[in-house]
Design a protein. Structure first.
Length: 252
């Protein structure tokens, strides 16, 4: 336990600088001024918690849970109408009916009501019964002829109807180009793969696209040149996405 010469709390002070004060315990903030230059040991007041903490106990079995009674303590009031002053007159809003109602006009005098004429032109007969009459039905004659089948023993030849096929059948005709020893190179290269496009022209354009020089890429007009770089075999017009919109093809 340290000895202090002076203890100051707020505006209250105990002790002075000339003598050590006795121990002071205050529940709150305290400002202590040390007496001397040595190390001081401050011991806080012991705080003991005497509360009891219980762990929940759960027991297996039926449990009846009863809700808390809720009582509605509101007060309901009936409306109170108080007359103010003299007798009050309640006048409903006026509703005007703008329709016009007409009274029927009745004129005195004789009136002749003639119903529409209905004429029945049917003829009604009474039955006449005469004694001794004989009623004979009209005769019904069947004029059809019934034939019995006739079977003759012997050989019978059955000849089916003649069926004539008028279709014409053609044998395929294969004509070999050239002199009979096979097609010549000129005939092969001159063969039209598509209308107006020979095999030679198709090959020249393929070689120009795959192996020839290209100029004008990215300008909108691309030129694909022949292998000898002497002419443009294909002049293509393309859009910003590189799609071909028009082609000019060299036919030489």
């Amino acid at each position: 336990m340290a000895a202090f010469s002076r203890v100051r709390i707020g505006g209250w002070q105990q002790g002075d600088d000339s003598s050590a004060s006795s121990r002071v315990t205050v529940n709150g903030w305290a400002q202590v001024e040390q007496a001397g230059a040595g190390t001081q040991t401050l011991t806080p007041v012991l705080y003991t918690n005497d509360q009891t903490f219980y762990a929940p106990t759960v027991t297996v079995g039926a449990v009846t849970v009863s809700p808390t009674l809720y009582t509605n303590d509101q007060t309901f009031y009936g409306p109170t109408v108080t007359q103010g002053g003299a007798t009050q007159e309640l006048t409903p809003a006026r509703l005007d009916n703008a329709q016009e109602f007409y009274a029927p006009t009745v004129t005195a005098g004789a009136v002749t009501l003639t119903p529409g004429l209905v004429t029945n032109n049917q003829t009604f007969y009474t039955h006449v019964v005469a004694q001794g009459d004989i009623l004979l039905p009209d005769p019904f004659e069947n004029t059809q002829t019934f034939y019995g089948p006739t079977i003759t023993t012997g050989e019978v030849s059955l000849t089916p109807s003649l069926l004539t096929n008028t279709s014409t059948f053609y044998a395929p005709t294969v004509t070999q180009p050239g002199s009979g020893t096979g097609a010549t190179a000129e005939e092969i290269w001159a063969y039209e793969i598509e209308p107006g496009v020979t095999a030679k022209m198709a090959m020249q354009r393929i070689l120009a696209v795959l192996g020839g020089k290209v100029s004008g890429a990215g300008t909108g007009t691309e030129l694909f040149r022949d292998l000898a770089d002497t002419k443009a075999r294909i002049t293509a017009t393309v859009d910003a996405d590189g799609n071909r919109t028009a082609l000019t093809l060299d036919a030489t």
